[in-house]
Design a protein around this ligand. Structure first.
Ligand SMILES: Nc1ncnc2c1ncn2[C@@H]1O[C@H](COP(=O)(O)OP(=O)(O)OP(=O)(O)O)[C@@H](O)[C@H]1O
Length: 291
C-alpha cells in the first residue's frame, strides 16, 4: 500500500463519516425521532440490532439467488450461518458489504444507516470488516508491519511511509497481537507463517480498524484441528466487543462457537435457533445435514 493510497483512505473515511451523519439526519428524520443526536460514524443500536435485512431480493439472469431474506444481528452477537452450496451465503455478504446491489429490500447498519446508499469502500469505512476465505496479507512484511499498515489506512499519515504510532496505538497493536496469538511472531515475515497464522493475521488487520461488525467467510477452511480450536477461542474472545457473522461448513467449529445459528436455503432463512434445534429440524436435515 502506498502513502497516496493511505492518504486517500483517510480522506475517504472522513467523507464517509460526514455522509453518514447527513444520511442519518436526512432519513425521514429517523435519528431526530429517537430524540438523540447521532454522531458522525456512530452506529445507533438502541433498537437492539446492529444489522437488519428485510425482504431482500437479488436475481442473476432471472435466477433468484436471494429471495425474501430477513435477518437481524444483535450488537456483540456471534451469529453462525450455515446452508447448502448455492444457498446465498456469499451473496448475502456481498449485499451487506456493497459488492452486490439488491433488486429490492432493506439493509440497515444499526437503526439509521441505510447501507444501500453506500459503496463498498464506504461501507468498510463505516465499520463493517470482511474476511474472505483466502488470506491476503503482505507476505514480504513482518506481522508487526502488516498490523501497522492496517492501522495506517484509516488515519492521516501524510506522504511518508515513516509514521510513528501513538502510545495508544502501540497498546492496541500489542493487544491485537496477543488476541490473534501472534505476540511471539511479531517480527516474523508474514509469508513464513502457517495458513492458520496468516488467517489470524488478516483478522488482526481487520481488528486494527476496530470494526463494529465482522463478516467471516469459511474462516477455518484448510486449518489443522489445533488451529481450528484456537480460532474458536479467538472468535469467542471477540464476541461482545464486536458483532460477528461467520459462514462455515465445519460443524464441530460451529458447535464450539455458536449460540444462534441461521440456516439459509434457496436465498432465504430456512431455520434459526441453537445448533441442537436446527440439527433436529427435519427440513434442515433434508436440505443440508442429511446429505
Ligand atoms: N454474479 C453471479 N451471477 C450469476 N449467478 C450467481 C452470481 N453470484 C452467485 N450466483 C448464484 O447464486 C446462487 C447463490 O450463490 P452463493 O455463492 O451466494 O451461495 P453460497 O451459499 O455462498 O454457496 P457456497 O457454500 O457454495 O459458497 C448460486 O446458485 C450461484 O451460482
Amino acid at each position: 500500500m502506498t502513502p497516496d493510497l493511505m492518504e486517500a483512505g483517510a480522506q475517504r473515511y472522513e467523507k464517509v463519516a460526514a455522509a453518514a451523519l447527513q444520511a442519518q439526519t436526512e432519513s425521514g428524520g429517523r435519528s431526530a425521532g429517537y430524540g438523540r443526536v447521532a454522531r458522525a460514524g456512530e452506529v445507533d443500536t438502541t433498537h437492539g440490532r446492529i444489522l437488519y435485512l428485510e425482504d431482500v431480493h437479488v436475481s442473476f439472469d432471472g435466477f433468484k439467488a436471494i429471495n425474501g431474506l430477513n435477518l437481524d444481528i444483535a450488537p456483540g452477537e456471534l451469529r453462525c450461518i450455515i446452508g447448502p452450496n448455492g444457498a446465498g451465503k456469499t451473496t448475502m455478504m456481498d449485499i451487506i458489504t456493497g459488492k452486490t446491489r439488491p433488486d429490492s429490500g432493506t439493509v440497515f447498519f444499526g437503526s439509521t444507516i441505510d447501507l444501500l446508499r453506500y459503496r463498498e469502500p464506504e461501507i468498510a469505512a463505516l465499520g463493517i470488516g470482511r474476511k474472505f476465505q483466502k488470506p491476503t496479507v503482505f507476505e514480504q512484511l513482518s506481522v508487526f508491519e502488516n498490523l501497522e499498515l492496517a492501522l495506517a489506512t484509516d488515519k492521516r499519515v501524510g506522504h511518508s511511509m515513516v509514521f510513528s504510532l501513538t502510545g495508544e496505538e502501540k497498546d492496541r497493536l500489542a493487544e491485537v497481537l496477543s488476541t490473534i496469538h501472534l505476540a511471539d511472531s511479531a517480527r516474523r515475515q508474514a509469508g513464513l507463517l502457517s495458513h492458520g497464522q496468516k488467517q489470524w493475521l488478516e483478522i488482526g488487520m481487520l481488528l486494527m480498524q476496530d470494526p463494529k461488525l465482522l463478516l467471516l467467510d469459511e474462516p477455518v477452511a484448510g486449518m489443522t484441528d489445533e488451529e481450528t480450536a484456537r480460532t474458536a477461542e479467538l472468535f469467542l474472545s471477540l464476541k461482545g466487543k464486536h458483532s460477528l457473522m461467520v459462514v462455515e461448513h465445519d460443524m464441530s467449529f460451529i458447535r464450539a462457537i455458536s449460540e444462534k445459528v441461521t440456516v439459509l436455503c434457496d436465498g432465504s432463512v430456512l431455520a434459526e435457533g441453537t445448533l441442537d434445534e436446527v440439527q433436529a429440524d427435519e427440513r434442515v436435515i433434508e436440505v443440508y445435514l442429511g446429505r
